[in-house]
Design a protein around this ligand. Structure first.
Ligand SMILES: Nc1nc2c(ncn2[C@@H]2O[C@H](COP(=O)(O)OP(=O)(O)O)[C@@H](O)[C@H]2O)c(=O)[nH]1
Ligand SMILES: [Mg+2]
Length: 345
């Protein structure tokens, strides 16, 4: 029996996500409160009851689901009965083939192609592109006067946290935003030096925070910065504990700085590795995710479907090692490109 961990902000939210991800066959076998007040469900799937995940809305056990959702999932709106792959002709068939080549599942292809209105004057490719784009949440970090955002990247070793932070930093420096780097990865040989070298090139300060440094606004140096970019070690036990401590201290010190944690997921990860990353870092209150290494797979739809089904908004997309050009803000158009062309344009 395979057990899936589904995280939600509260019980209703978690149940709705479970139904979305696993359809009517989702059976909750346990739940626990997370350190930040959310809920993690342990869910298994009753194959005899499993249907295509939720076409008709919220999970049955959820009494009054909140209407506001970060992610507008394809299942959130009613769709026409999808034509089966054998019935598709012309443009619909070509679009289905393109989505399949990008790694999209049959359920997603059916839902997205179900959006084609033959009577519409809009070209089917635009209709399907819009439907794909609407299926994702985009994580936004609006600027607030007097508030420093501490943006932490977490994720498995080698997923692209440090290079991702440097790319975000380079972008912010170009936009004239005052910032600083900080790193919890002070034990690994060369890790701090790597960050410091890039920070120096950007003329930005970088702070190494050792394991015994208390984490708060002062040690991070939030004063005068719009953003502090915080690098982590890739060790879930250590990073989760430190970020919970940091959030608590920032909240206790009057709210001049706020932590936003993003999970970094390479598009190359297999499903089991994605599940492992989510279950090891998913107890943190995640503001969203960053998808990296989109240039290393022709099938980016795998990881994208996975995060959409979890209800995790996406902040950035990365498709290369180049520090100046390979980081892109997530947009509906970018998601459509990834599903219909297998890459960003
Ligand atoms: N091809 C490709 N490589 C990437 C991308 N992002 C990061 N990398 C590479 O992945 C490796 C690990 O990145 P790093 O930031 O050190 O990972 P960390 O351990 O999570 O900090 C480095 O060689 C990066 O250049 C990407 O979008 N595409
Ligand atoms: Mg690193």
């Amino acid at each position: 029996m395979q057990i899936h961990r589904i995280r939600g902000n509260d019980m209703n939210d978690a149940l709705r996500r479970a139904k979305r991800a696993h359809g009517d066959g989702a059976v909750v076998i346990g739940h626990e409160r997370t350190s930040d007040g959310g809920i993690t469900l342990a869910v298994t799937v009753d194959r005899t009851r499993r249907e295509a995940p939720a076409e008709e809305g919220p999970a049955k056990p959820a009494r009054t689901p909140k209407p506001a959702e970060v992610v507008r999932h394809p299942s959130a709106t009613a769709v026409k009965p999808a034509k089966t792959s054998g019935e598709r002709t012309g443009v619909a068939r070509e679009l289905a083939d393109r989505m399949a080549a990008a790694g999209a599942s049959a359920a997603w292809i059916d839902r997205c192609l179900g959006a084609i209105d033959d009577e519409s004057e809009e070209h089917p490719i635009d209709q399907v592109g819009r439907k794909i784009g609407e299926s994702f949440g985009v994580a936004r970090m609006p600027r607030t006067a007097g508030l420093t955002r501490v943006l932490a990247l977490v994720g498995p070793t080698g997923c692209g946290k440090t290079t991702g932070l440097i790319k975000i930093g380079a972008r912010l420096v170009r936009g004239g935003h005052p910032l600083r780097f900080a790193s919890l990865d002070s034990r690994r040989v060369g890790a701090v030096e790597q960050l410091e070298a890039y920070a120096a090139a950007l003329r930005v300060e970088a702070r190494a925070l050792t394991d015994d440094t208390p984490l708060d606004a002062e040690t991070l140096g939030t004063r005068g910065c719009e953003v502090v970019l915080l690098d982590t070690t890739g060790r879930p036990e250590a990073d989760c504990a430190r970020l919970v401590e940091l959030r608590r201290n920032l909240e206790a010190s009057g709210g001049e700085a706020e932590l936003a944690t993003f999970l970094v997921l390479p598009a190359t990860l297999e499903r089991a590795a994605l599940q492992s990353a989510i279950s090891r870092f998913g107890d943190l209150r995640l503001a969203g995710c960053v998808i990296t290494k989109l240039d290393e797979t022709p099938e980016p739809a795998h990881v994208l479907e996975y995060v959409a089904d979890l209800g995790l908004p996406i902040a950035f997309l990365s498709d290369g090692r180049d520090l100046g050009r390979s980081l892109h803000r997530a947009t509906p158009e970018a998601f459509a490109d990834l599903f219909l062309r297998g890459k960003l344009s």
